[in-house]
Design a protein around this ligand. Sequence first.
Ligand code: 0X9
Ligand code: ZN
Length: 302
Amino acid sequence: SRTERAYHRLEDIHGFIDYMAKTYPDICSTEIIGYSVEKRPLKILKISNGNARNAGVWIDGGMHAREWISPATVTYIANQLVEGWEDLPEHMRSINWYIHPVANPDGYEYSHTTDRLWRKNMRAHGRQCPGVDLNRNFGYKWGGKGTSASPCSQTYRGSKAFSEPETFYISKFISGFPRETFQAYLSFHSYGQYILYPWGYDYQLTQDRADLDRVARQAGTSITKSTGVKYTVGSSATTLYPAAGGSDDWAKGIAGIKYAYTIEMGDTGRYGFVLPARFIQYNGKDGVTFADTVARAIAQGR
Ligand code: 0X9
Ligand code: ZN
């Protein structure tokens, strides 16, 4: 089938999710896990062979409004999983996939209509600047390094952990499952071509750093083999900068999800956030390779 070469508005992405659930009811279903500050639905697509005992993998995109390649990549992954389901390797069909392409729907729409480089959500603060950085609002080491208490900052952490519905409902949804359910939490961002693992809040590393690093490097190698694109692998704080309150740290530190990654998609800065749509296909393929690698690691139980 024809590959789309355009960035889509929220309505279209949600329409795609609904279409998937309608067309492939045996493996797809949708759920609204909550509503954003401006009351837009927080909509996810579940893809599964129906076995409730499967390991779960959470994938989100669009937490930062201007990172348009992220929802595009996540939507591409969903499409490849569903359209190619019968031909997928067993390790990918025995995962329950939970896919949330636009985690910041208000900001995403604002970046289309008003300010292309908008990052945060659309929380109003009276006469002060609007917006909370959702990736500083999660409840692990909230308020630490790389976060700001000023509403006008691009990295404003919010008034308290999970003050924002967009982060609160993700944590609520995941916390509603038995603790062993989710084995991976993949958060897609841009840009820079990095595969990052905890911690983000500080330079320390996790006990199982070797596992996180090995799977990340496997993914990086497979990606380079398939599209030629290179990703830099390392912990968030050491590779990028320390920043507390990220979704990945919460997934690892509180939800107990083993494979917690933030993937910074392309490019490395030529176009940055304003990446032309002709690059969607490369990024989409790389996203699928990443999901494949993580699913394989889960199947191997390490
Ligand atoms: O700063 C961020 O939130 C992410 N980079 S971005 O350019 N997309 O804004 C990196 C987040 C890495 N993870 C943590 N710091 N926990
Ligand atoms: Zn981001």
